[in-house]
Write a protein that binds this ligand. Structure first.
Ligand code: MEV
Length: 320
């Protein structure tokens, strides 16, 4: 056992394929490595303590809202035969909660990495995702696994549920603006909503298939640098997601505003019903201008991400 150890992860955005990924369609996701979650663990004389912006106190006394994390920590301790080891665990995260940016998955991934480091254990990527799924299952019901795969990846990924994620190349001289509406997203509710739509409306099935087709076309655009078409595909996705009932009036309003001000495309990202919008621009000045306009209209935070640096040719996707 070390005296102290840390584990890291980062935010993610879903570029294409939220919701349809739950039904076996492909998705494209980008790691946002500059927005980090860090978990540090220190050895202690007595007790097992957890500290985060949501709760500080004994592991055994975590509130209901933190049950997923409590379950994850207990599972790790049991699997590593360390149930009685005293420690203090601190979670520090820059990822806003419940905005579709992978905050719960990032916390889970950083916790698993920190414990394995603390107890000198090697950790395969499959094991990392399996353990992160303990809290993700509890928090989100039946997640596709996309969030945990992306917040633990160094490269953009092509994700199909149940398969190993593939790193994908992005040749794109364009910028994304991530826009936090400040409204809590509702992933669980949105996933349930799509499920009931699929049960009662046969058009919903076509919509899900169309989102999958769009993701496939977007993959080609990302490889050949066709930003204009990528923008159209984002708009098409937003129209379908809106039809499925997982957008929000503010997301629709921000998307319209971004397009009016020169964006190539705009769509919600993540579960929706609030949370974040992503918008594609052809240059950094245009990205800055759109970010400023959306902030003037109530966005509480914006981040600008160059698309091209998301993947370096030859870089290994070193997951664990
Ligand atoms: C949530 O970030 C993405 C969804 O597709 C749900 C999932 O993949 O589990 C809405």
């Amino acid at each position: 056992m070390r005296k102290s150890a840390t584990g890291q992860s980062h935010a993610k955005i879903i570029f294409f394929g939220e919701h349809s990924v739950v039904y076996g369609q492909p998705a494209i996701c980008l790691p946002i490595s500059k927005i980090k979650t860090i978990v540090s663990i220190k050895g202690a004389d007595t007790g097992q303590h957890v500290a985060s912006k949501y709760f500080t106190g004994a592991l055994s006394e975590m509130p209901d809202s933190q049950t997923g994390i409590q379950l994850l920590i207990n599972t790790i301790l049991v699997e590593l035969h360390q149930e009685k080891t005293p420690f203090t665990l601190q979670v520090t995260s820059e990822i806003p909660a419940e905005r579709g940016m992978g905050s719960s998955a990032a916390t889970a991934i950083a916790i698993v990495r920190a414990f394995f480091h603390f107890f000198h254990q090697s950790l395969s990527h499959a094991e990392l995702l399996r353990l992160a799924d303990v809290s993700e299952q509890y928090i989100h019901g039946n997640p596709s696994g996309l969030d945990a795969a992306t917040v633990s990846s160094k490269t953009p990924i092509w994700f199909v549920k149940g398969r190993r994620p593939q790193a994908i190349p992005i040749k794109q001289n364009a910028f994304l603006v991530i826009v936090d509406t400040g409204i809590m997203g509702q992933t669980g509710l949105a996933v349930q909503h799509v499920k009931s739509k699929l049960a009662g409306d046969h058009h919903a099935e076509e919509d899900i298939e169309m989102l999958g087709k769009i993701a496939k076309q977007a993959r080609s655009c990302l490889a050949n640098g066709d930003s204009q078409k990528l923008g159209f595909l984002m708009n098409d996705s937003q129209t379908i997601l809106s039809k499925l009932g997982v957008s929000h009036p503010i997301l629709d309003q921000f998307a319209t505003l971004a397009l009016k001000n020169g964006a190539l495309g705009a769509k919600l990202t993540g579960g929706g019903m609030g949370g974040c919008l992503i918008t594609l621009t052809s240059s950094k000045p245009s990205a800055k201008q759109i970010a400023t306009i959306l902030e003037q209209h109530g966005a509480i935070h914006t981040w600008i991400e160059p698309l091209a640096t998301g993947y370096h040719k030859g870089e290994k996707n070193d997951h664990s």
